[in-house]
Design a protein around this ligand. Structure first.
Ligand code: HEC
Ligand code: HEC
Ligand code: HEC
Ligand code: HEC
Ligand code: HEC
Ligand code: HEC
Ligand code: HEC
Ligand code: HEC
Ligand code: HEC
Ligand code: HEC
Length: 298
């Protein structure tokens, strides 16, 4: 956290207690004169930004600017910086306000140049600061904010197999850091696999025999948001496997104990296509620790 920049320092030091529930924000006496009973701006006094005891907390003018013109003729001029839907302040200027204090927070260090930055999202596209309830930081309500732009994920997350996001047990931010990331697709960790391991530790290995696409990227086979196929699989086995492997033309006779020989009863192309198909035999699809099981059989 970068503490108060010079520009904000003077305003913040003043701690006149006026309205706003005794919050430090009341230091902006001039704003309070007219906005004291303002039902939309008032609740900020109950948020972290309005915490009296925190000398790092912003004042009205730290975010909105000194706004001399607005004070003199409030119906004619907006404050220097305004954030609403019809904001007249350029996005980058709005974001600078927040980043002045937040660009050293561990979560925000990768913001510059991130996907959302380059698509001109404002911090306040997602965050509301006056309202005590910042939807996007509420596990249950968060996805609604994202879905206003990400319709495809809305559809996926409601499919039969899905991570429990709609149930409120997880949020998009369980896997993504929307403020930027060194990993792909705004992953919370440095890669897709590292992000998945954070909850599915048993898939990490190391295994005696690993399966290349698993170590590479879980989303080779899984769609993390949701699928019609079981287990979040993009397509079910055997079709999934066949997108990379040619199905057994034959099984080596010496392995008859494990698998029926080609052409024998029980082993033909249709038996491979049934049920869980390939994973009936190749049960250790994520990696095997049995030295003799290089074929991920057990
Ligand atoms: C003389 C009274 C007065 C003072 C002083 C005043 N305001 Fe306002 N402010 C208003 C009024 C009235 C509106 C609504 C204007 C409108 O709806 O067109 C308003 C609107 C606003 C808005 C919404 C702008 C928008 O449309 O997006 C913000 C933000 C704001 N004021 C912040 C401040 C800040 C910060 C200060 C102190 C620096 C301040 N005001 C001082 C009267 C005042
Ligand atoms: C942390 C930065 C920040 C601080 C501090 C801040 N504001 Fe705001 N203000 C915003 C943002 C962002 C919005 C847009 C709506 C929102 O996010 O809640 C806004 C919106 C407003 C509005 C318009 C509300 C509406 O109807 O859209 C008014 C009026 C306002 N602020 C006044 C104030 C006053 C008065 C203070 C001091 C008590 C203050 N603001 C402190 C960032 C801030
Ligand atoms: C003058 C410094 C300052 C400015 C400007 C500022 N913040 Fe903050 N913000 C803080 C402090 C201090 C906290 C309390 C966090 C802490 O304890 O580490 C905070 C907390 C937050 C939190 C977490 C709130 C919580 O309840 O935990 C969010 C979200 C946030 N700020 C967003 C913003 C956004 C968006 C803007 C720009 C509109 C902004 N901030 C502008 C200083 C600032
Ligand atoms: C795409 C939506 C989105 C945008 C844009 C966004 N945020 Fe956030 N922000 C979130 C979400 C989601 C969380 C909650 C993350 C979590 O729970 O791990 C969050 C959390 C935070 C927090 C609290 C972090 C903490 O440690 O609890 C701060 C501070 C913050 N954001 C600041 C910012 C600033 C500054 C910007 C602009 C540079 C910004 N955000 C832009 C969605 C967004
Ligand atoms: C205002 C619209 C908007 C909102 C709200 C929004 N995003 Fe985005 N997001 C975008 C745009 C634009 C892109 C660029 C790719 C695209 O066009 O889909 C993007 C890309 C992404 C990407 C892919 C990143 C990459 O590098 O390819 C992820 C992941 C993402 N957003 C997650 C989220 C999450 C999680 C939330 C909610 C906390 C959220 N977004 C909210 C507009 C938005
Ligand atoms: C279990 C982890 C996880 C959760 C939870 C999650 N995502 Fe993702 N998301 C990923 C992974 C991994 C990728 C990259 C692989 C892919 O696109 O399938 C991704 C990709 C994305 C993309 C980029 C898609 C593209 O085609 O470029 C967007 C947008 C996105 N996620 C939004 C969201 C939203 C919105 C939520 C919450 C509803 C969410 N994600 C929840 C793991 C997750
Ligand atoms: C924040 C923790 C968390 C992260 C990160 C996470 N998961 Fe999960 N995963 C869960 C939970 C919780 C379940 C549901 C378990 C249940 O319902 O019993 C689950 C279930 C699954 C399932 C089984 C789904 C089913 O239908 O039974 C698969 C497959 C899966 N996750 C893959 C992934 C992949 C791939 C990633 C990385 C992109 C990932 N997970 C990241 C928590 C997580
Ligand atoms: C080569 C395709 C493939 C890749 C890549 C893959 N999986 Fe799977 N995964 C499967 C299949 C097939 C199943 C269903 C297994 C079954 O039906 O017995 C499954 C099931 C799961 C399950 C639920 C059942 C269980 O075993 O716990 C989780 C969780 C899971 N995978 C996590 C992951 C994670 C994490 C990664 C990345 C490290 C990953 N998977 C990569 C094919 C894959
Ligand atoms: C994204 C591509 C991809 C998918 C999907 C995939 N695999 Fe693989 N698989 C590979 C690669 C690459 C290797 C290692 C290279 C090799 O030996 O052919 C491998 C190796 C194997 C091996 C060990 C082969 C050996 O000679 O050591 C088995 C068995 C196997 N896969 C079974 C499956 C099954 C069953 C599925 C479906 C659940 C599946 N694979 C899905 C790419 C894939
Ligand atoms: C009835 C059990 C069984 C089923 C079903 C099965 N396999 Fe196998 N698979 C084996 C056995 C046993 C071996 C070892 C054969 C050997 O030593 O050559 C093997 C070997 C492999 C190999 C490595 C050798 C090679 O031929 O490249 C791959 C890849 C493979 N299987 C993929 C699949 C795929 C894909 C499916 C589903 C379409 C599947 N298997 C279904 C038992 C099975």
């Amino acid at each position: 956290m970068k503490f108060l920049r010079q520009a904000f320092a003077t305003a913040a030091i003043v701690t006149l207690i006026l309205g706003f529930g005794g919050s430090v924000l009341a230091s902006d006496k001039k704003c309070a004169e007219c906005h004291e009973d303002d039902e939309t701006s008032l609740p900020i006094g109950k948020t972290r930004h309005g915490t009296n005891a925190d000398s790092r907390a912003p004042t009205c003018t730290a975010c909105h600017g000194p706004s001399e013109a607005h004070i003199k003729a409030s119906s004619k001029f907006k404050p220097d910086r305004n954030f609403g839907k019809k904001s007249s302040t350029p996005v980058q200027d709005r974001n600078l306000v927040c980043l002045n204090c937040h660009d050293r927070d561990t979560q925000q260090t990768q913001w510059a140049g991130s996907t959302h930055d380059t698509r001109d999202l404002a911090c306040t596209t997602c965050h509301t600061v006056h309202n005590g309830h910042d939807k996007v930081r509420d596990k249950k309500a968060q996805s609604e904010v994202c879905f206003s732009c990400h319709k495809e994920q809305r559809t996926q997350i409601s499919k039969a197999s899905h991570h429990p996001v709609a149930e409120g047990k997880m949020a998009c931010s369980s896997c993504h850091n929307v403020h930027g990331s060194v990993g792909p697709k705004l992953m919370k960790r440095d890669s897709v696999v590292e992000t998945c391991y954070s909850c599915h530790m048993e898939k990490r290995g190391p295994f005696v025999h690993s399966h290349e696409p698993v170590d590479d990227d879980c989303s080779n086979c899984h769609n993390p948001h949701g699928t019609t196929a079981e287990n979040l699989l993009k397509v079910r086995a055997p079709f999934l496997c066949q997108s990379c492997h040619t199905p057994h033309a034959s099984i080596v006779p010496s392995l008859a104990g494990q698998a029926p020989a080609s052409g024998a009863a029980g082993w033909n192309s249709s038996s491979v296509l049934q049920g869980k198909a390939c994973v009936n035999c190749h049960t250790q699809i994520h990696g095997s620790n049995t030295p003799s099981s290089q074929f991920l059989l057990r």
